[in-house]
Design a protein around this ligand. Sequence first.
Ligand SMILES: Cc1ncc(COP(=O)(O)O)c(C=O)c1O
Length: 445
Amino acid sequence: MPNTGEALVREQILALVREYADTYHTKKIYQSGDRIPYAGRVYDSEELCALVDASLDFWLTAGRYADQFEKEFAQYLNVPYCSLVNSGSSANLLAFSALTSPLLGERRIQRGDEVITVAAGFPTTVAPMVQYGAVPVFVDMSLPSCNVDVSQMENAYSSKTKAVMLAHTLGNPFNLSAVKAFCKQHGLWLIEDNCDALGSMYRMASGLQMTGTVGDIGTSSFYPAHHITMGEGGAVYTKDPLLHKIIRSLRDWGRECVCPGGQDNTCGHRFTGQFGTLPQGYDHKYVYSHLGFNLKATDMQAAIGVAQLKKLPLFTQQRRRNWSVLRDALDDLSDILLLPEESENAQASWFGFLITVRPECHVSRNDIVSALETAGVQTRPLFAGNLLRHPCFLALEQGKDYRIAAPLTVTDQILLNSFWVGVYPGMCEAMLREIAAQIHRAVGR
Ligand SMILES: Cc1ncc(COP(=O)(O)O)c(C=O)c1O
């Protein structure tokens, strides 16, 4: 704790930071003709003060703010264990790698084992499988949700299947009841890539649950576009103490000891254990139970996250409200544009507003996107669209490195005909009305 003199100076610095933020980081009022981004950071002096406070500690690596974030984020999600990491992609890598741990015995994923997933989404939901030598098995998507078509999962199953790893598309939950039941029936792990769905809820038979907490492991991203941000950042969460232990070990260099970084012998067994074929009493801090990574975030990132987390419930409401405004304003175009529908049993914390251009529409997706971008409305495709068509997949061998369980017809429709616009909390009603007006203009109605 800072002594009194230090505390006083820190207070003065933070008061100045607050003044700076209130003066120079004020939100620009939207004027007609301004660019309308698909996403953006929403923050105020609280985030800047937290960041500077953490900087003044100069602890640099994960410290008190990381502990606080992990605790509060776990509480928010209603899970016992959360591990902060440096990105959503790291979170996915860690979640997948955890399932390859020898500590899981028969259930561990080994090279050549299969994992059911989809190709329309973000690449780093799938990349860890390939990087490890597991085999992604692709099933198609369903419209309008642009989520996994659960009716194809049974057909994708083989004696080698060990897990299912899927993202909730742009905040709209996939059919968690069906996917969970499928995993239970076959004894499979379920990783929920929750990077685009923080704050979404799903009604399971047992009650309403946050997405990311129904499967064995959930992941989040705190990249600036996401529901809350730390700049770069992510999290991995679970209810399973063994998975948590593995996740922590893999995140922190693969080590065996769970003592916090920078602290010695909090476990009380630093020089008393015997591991592997190491000599008795070898320093526990340097015993490695996994071949791990270092995926930790810094305390400066965590401090921003602590401030952002307080705003998350309001952000979720605003995302839902913005989505509804757009949905209503575009409803009259539903004969030519396939508009998003909230999944059954779900309360989506929308990441974006996904539109699929119907064959009935006389204007192509590319023409609509080009008109919107020219008018200053930022758009995005559904990330990779169809990951299998990307250069990174061309070097891989179908049937050996990956498997396609059923024709990816809808995936290709999404690749060709879908795009999305923003609903982030920094948007005002005038921006949403402008997006709707520009879409009407682009399709000539
Ligand atoms: C579904 C999904 N998973 C993972 C990621 C990766 O997150 P990050 O950019 O923090 O690595 C993203 C990024 O947007 C994403 O949309």
